[in-house]
Design a binder for this molecule. Structure first.
Ligand code: PXG
Length: 462
C-alpha cells in the first residue's frame, strides 16, 4: 500500500466512525448501518464518484436523480462563488428582491410550458409540494369554493418527505410512520408490469392504461366534483420504480382533467430539466398542468432549490383576487441557489443538452438497456429519455417475482457497487437516472457493468 492510500484508508475509518456515532441518515435502518459502515463519497468529476479509498463509480443515479449536468462544472462553481461575494443572502419577503431570483424567474418562464409564467421558490421538492397543497386550497378558497379540498394522488407515488408531501405521496411505508393529513386520497398507479405480475399473465397495455385512468374519474364521481381540488401525478413515477405508463394512460387522464373542474399538478421534480429528453415531462405528454413542482435538476443538485411553476390561470387568481398569500420560506429564492440555477439552465441551453439527449444519447441508452432483457434474470426493461428500469424476476414467462425476503435487488445493487456502478434498487427493480451529459461510450461502460452485476447476482441465487 502506498503512503497515499494508507492515509486514505485511515481517513475512511475516521469518517465512518464519526458518521456512525453522530449522523442519523435519511431512509436508512440505523442498526444495519452500524454493522456495515457508510461508504464515504469524497469527490466527483463528470459522471464518476470517488470514495475515500479511491474507488471510482459510474454514477448512474446522477446523485439522487439530480446531478444532470455532471460533477465539477466550473460554470456552476463560479456562479456560486461570485454570488457569495456579491450577496450571499437576502430574502424576498417585504417587497424586496434581488437580481438572481429575478433572472431565474424570467428564465423559468421561458423554458417551462408557454402558459406558465410565475414561480414560487422553495429549497426542495418536498417544500414545493407543501406549497402545492396550500396554493391549491388557497386558489379554491379565493374563488369561493372552500369545500374543494380533496387532492387525488396515486399509490406508490413519491412527492417528498414533509408531512404534507408524504401524505400526497402514496408510499405505504411512510404512511405507516405518522399517518397522512386529511383530504388526500390515492388511486391506482399505471404499473403495467406490476399488474401482470399480480395476475401472473400478460395484459393489453392500452386497455390497462385506460382502466387505471378511469379510476381517477370514478374517484371524482364518488367524492363529488364539488369536493375535489386537484389531481397530482409525476409524469413518470420515479422513486416508485420508474413507472412509464402505457401511452393510453395520459391521453385518457388529460380528458378527465379537462372534463372536471379540478387543478392538475404535474410533479416535475424528477422529470423536469431534460430528464425525459424534453425540458419537462409535461412537454413529453403535452400535459398542460396548472401547477408544476420542481427541484433537483433545476440546479443540477449543486445547491438546494425548488419551486412551483404556476400557470397563468392560477396566477391570475392569486395575484388579482388573493391578497397576501401567507406562505414562504427563509430561503425562498435564495440568491446563491438562484444564481447557480441560472448558470445551470444557461449551461443546458449553451450545450443543447436537451436536444442531444432527445436525438442521440437517450435513444442509444434506451436501445442498449433493452439488451438486458435477454438476461435470464430480467423480466422487463423499460424507460424513456435518461430514465431506466430493469425488473428482476424468478420466472420471465410467468411474470413471477422472487420472494421479497431474498432481497435480490439489494444483492444486485451490491454487485453494481463492487463493479463500479451506482444503480438504485426499488425492491427487485433496478433503476437508473444517469447524468444527461453521458456520452455513448459512457453508456457502453454502464451496460458492461450492469450485465456483469446481473451475472453475479444470478450466480449468488443459484
Ligand atoms: N417529488 C418527486 C417526484 C421526487 O422524486 C420529491 C418530490 C421531493 O423532493 P426533495 O427535494 O424534498 O427530496 C422527490 C424526491 C429515491 C429518492 O430514493 C427520491 C427522491 C428523494 C429521495 C430519495 O429514489 N425524490
Amino acid at each position: 500500500m502506498n503512503q497515499q492510500s494508507a492515509l486514505a484508508g485511515s481517513n475512511t475509518a475516521r469518517w465512518q466512525g464519526l458518521d456512525g456515532a453522530h449522523h442519523l441518515h435519511p431512509f436508512t435502518n440505523p442498526k444495519d448501518l452500524k454493522q456495515n459502515a457508510a461508504r464515504i463519497i469524497e469527490s466527483a468529476q463528470g459522471i464518476y464518484l470517488t470514495d475515500s479509498d479511491g474507488n471510482q463509480y459510474l454514477d448512474a443515479m446522477a446523485g439522487l436523480w439530480c446531478v444532470n449536468m455532471g460533477y465539477g462544472r466550473e460554470e456552476l462553481i463560479e456562479a456560486a462563488h461570485a454570488q457569495m461575494q456579491q450577496l450571499p443572502y437576502y430574502n424576498a419577503f417585504f417587497k424586496t428582491s434581488h437580481p438572481p431570483v429575478a433572472e431565474l424567474s424570467a428564465l423559468l418562464a421561458k423554458v417551462t410550458p408557454a402558459h406558465m409564467n410565475h414561480t414560487f421558490f422553495t429549497s426542495s421538492g418536498s417544500e414545493a409540494n407543501d406549497t402545492v397543497v396550500r396554493m391549491t386550497w388557497r386558489y379554491w378558497d379565493i374563488l369561493g369554493k372552500p369545500e374543494k379540498r380533496i387532492i387525488i394522488s396515486r399509490k406508490n407515488a413519491y412527492h417528498g418527505s414533509t408531512i404534507a408531501a408524504s401524505s400526497l405521496g402514496g408510499m405505504a411505508d411512510m404512511h405507516q410512520q405518522g399517518g397522512i393529513i386529511p383530504d388526500i386520497v390515492h388511486v391506482e398507479q399505471p404499473y403495467w408490469f406490476g399488474k401482470r405480475v399480480e395476475l401472473g399473465t400478460d395484459l393489453d397495455a392500452g386497455e390497462f392504461g385506460r382502466e387505471v385512468a378511469q379510476s381517477i374519474a370514478d374517484k371524482i364521481e364518488e367524492l363529488g366534483e364539488n369536493r375535489v381540488a386537484a389531481f397530482i401525478a409525476e409524469p413518470i413515477q420515479g422513486a416508485g420504480g420508474v413507472i412509464v405508463p402505457p401511452d393510453s394512460y395520459w391521453t385518457e387522464v388529460k380528458k378527465i382533467c379537462a372534463q372536471y373542474d379540478i387543478l392538475f399538478v404535474a410533479d416535475e421534480v424528477i422529470c423536469g430539466f431534460g430528464r425525459t429528453g424534453h425540458w419537462f415531462g409535461s412537454d413529453l405528454y403535452d400535459l398542460k398542468p396548472d401547477l408544476m413542482p420542481m427541484a433537483k435538476g433545476l440546479s443540477s443538485g449543486y445547491l438546494p432549490i425548488g419551486g412551483v411553476m404556476v400557470s397563468d390561470k392560477v396566477a391570475d387568481v392569486l395575484i388579482d383576487q388573493g391578497g397576501e398569500f401567507n406562505h414562504g420560506y427563509t430561503y425562498s429564492g435564495h440568491p446563491v441557489c438562484a444564481a447557480v440555477a441560472v448558470a445551470n439552465i444557461q449551461l443546458m441551453q449553451r450545450e443543447n443538452i436537451v436536444e442531444i439527449v432527445h436525438d442521440s444519447t437517450a435513444p442509444y441508452l434506451q436501445k442498449r438497456i433493452r439488451e438486458l432483457g435477454d438476461h435470464p434474470l430480467v423480466g422487463e426493461v423499460r424507460g424513456i429519455g435518461m430514465l431506466g428500469a430493469i425488473e428482476l424476476v424468478e420466472d420471465k414467462a410467468g411474470y413471477k417475482k422472487f420472494h421479497k425476503d431474498r432481497g435480490v435487488g439489494v444483492i444486485c445493487r451490491g454487485h453494481c457497487f463492487d463493479n463500479g456502478l451506482v444503480m438504485r434498487a426499488v425492491g427487485d427493480t433496478m433503476i437508473m437516472s444517469p447524468p444527461l451529459i453521458m456520452q455513448k461510450s459512457d453508456i457502453d461502460t454502464l451496460l458492461e457493468r450492469a450485465w456483469k452485476s446481473l451475472d453475479l447476482t444470478l450466480k449468488d441465487l443459484a
